[in-house]
Design a protein around this ligand. Structure first.
Ligand code: SAH
Length: 395
């Protein structure tokens, strides 16, 4: 389909596109030829009329999310090529096609040159999430491309965009299967089993982005008393148990999360008395805790969803880390994370630095952590970097 709408940019505003940045801000638009509806495919031209890009039209500060810098149709062949490239990347980074690991992120938005789209694979089910109206409108073609590429390996595609699409677009969107039905809810990560609740769980059902960091935690767990704060489905807890932890306590304010962590521990280590789980607010638990923990994980939800919440978010990270640093046993290890995109690596490190200073403990950085290879960052789109973490040694 050839777009009928043409976006003409102001003079000089073509530069970021020539560097392959995939967003066009509304302030860069000089005038529009046609009457685009949100989600339409549009062409973008420089002031001198030169073709620059083709992408999805949006209402808001980002006006266009670029799908291609080439003059080519956006059709089934286009989606098939992009998804096939995403699969090849997952194969080459070693998360796809392994008997002990069948869950991974297949599409990470701009990081896979598919802005506005997320696809996570859990065993034989794909969970697809649109973050733009344009991707929502292309969902059927995306499913067609995906199911033909992964034919032997997929039973179902579940579409979960109720909460990620712009509410004002009034699409009457409902979550549901676009292809097949799931035959089970268990998937495998590095040889460990997890129930994945893609119907009701947060995001697409599981946080696959912590896979490598969980493996590192496993290596530190032997003989330690582990506290997994903000445990959700208990990924870190299950790895700690396999790593030989002496005791593991999982904490989350949501009772549903506590059910999930208990089910996942049971699935891997039935009746293992080393584990217990508590439904409690993290700050309250840390203030009142009596048990001596020498390995603590802090993996809270994003404290800053937007730039304007940044200051409070940084204060939140400082307060949380200060509490853990105060309480951790001498010789303890703290795994601390931020998944807020609005918080930079340096800002997070500064917040943790302040916490260390407040706690009067001697603290050293052992590892600096980040998102795994199946969450790639398009080098022209540094905004795609969101997960950061530090492993600290606390004397
Ligand atoms: N560490 C998890 C992901 C954490 S998601 C993993 O590896 O999968 C964030 C979790 O924090 C959610 O489950 C949410 O219920 C919980 N949460 C949010 N606010 C909280 C609070 N104040 N105290 C404890 N848990 C909280």
């Amino acid at each position: 389909m050839k777009p009928t709408t043409i976006i003409h940019l102001k003079r000089g505003k073509e530069e970021s596109l020539q560097r392959f940045h995939p967003w066009i801000f509304s302030g860069a638009v000089h005038h529009i030829e046609g009457n685009p509806q949100e989600g339409d495919i549009v062409d973008v031209l420089a002031a001198d009329g030169q073709f620059l890009a083709r992408g999805h039209w949006q209402i808001g500060s980002i006006a266009v999310r670029v799908l291609t810098f080439e003059d080519r149709p956006i059709d089934l062949a286009f989606w098939t090529e992009r998804l096939s490239a995403a699969l090849d990347t997952r194969r080459s980074v070693g998360v796809y096609g392994r008997p002990d690991n069948d869950m991974f992120r297949l599409v990470h938005g701009e990081g896979d040159f598919l802005p506005g789209l997320v696809i996570d694979i859990y065993g034989r089910t794909a969970v697809m999430q649109a973050h733009s109206v344009g991707m929502h409108l292309c969902r059927q073609q995306l499913v067609e491309a995906l199911t033909s590429l992964m034919a032997e390996r997929l039973d179902a595609v579940y579409y979960k965009s109720e909460t990620t699409l712009p509410f004002k677009a009034s699409l009457g969107q409902e979550n549901g299967f676009l292809f097949g039905q799931s035959k089970g809810d268990v998937a495998r990560e590095n040889g460990l089993l997890f129930h994945i609740d893609w119907l009701k769980g947060q995001k697409t059902g599981f946080f696959v982005d912590q896979r490598d960091n969980r493996s590192l935690l496993e290596q530190y767990s032997r003989g330690r008393n582990v506290l997994n704060m903000f445990c959700y489905t208990g990924g870190f807890s299950v790895y700690a148990l396999r790593g030989g932890a002496h005791k593991v306590t999982s904490v989350d304010s949501s009772a549903k999360a506590i059910e999930l962590v208990n089910a996942n521990v049971e699935l891997n280590f039935p009746a293992d008395e080393r584990h217990d789980a508590v439904a409690e607010d993290a700050f309250k638990f840390l203030s009142e805790m009596k048990h001596p923990y020498d390995l603590i994980i802090l993996d809270p939800p994003a404290f800053a969803k937007h730039k304007d919440a940044l200051k409070n978010a940084l204060r939140g990270y400082t307060k949380l880390n200060a509490k853990a640093l105060e309480k951790i046993q001498p010789g303890g290890i703290l795994f601390t994370f931020s998944c807020s995109q609005a918080v930079s690596k340096d800002q997070f490190r500064m917040a943790v630095f302040t916490a260390a200073a407040l706690s009067h403990r001697r603290v050293r950085i052992l590892h600096q952590l980040h998102q795994p290879a199946d969450h790639p960052i398009n080098i022209y789109h540094p905004e795609g970097e969101y997960l950061k973490g530090l492993v600290l040694y606390v004397e």
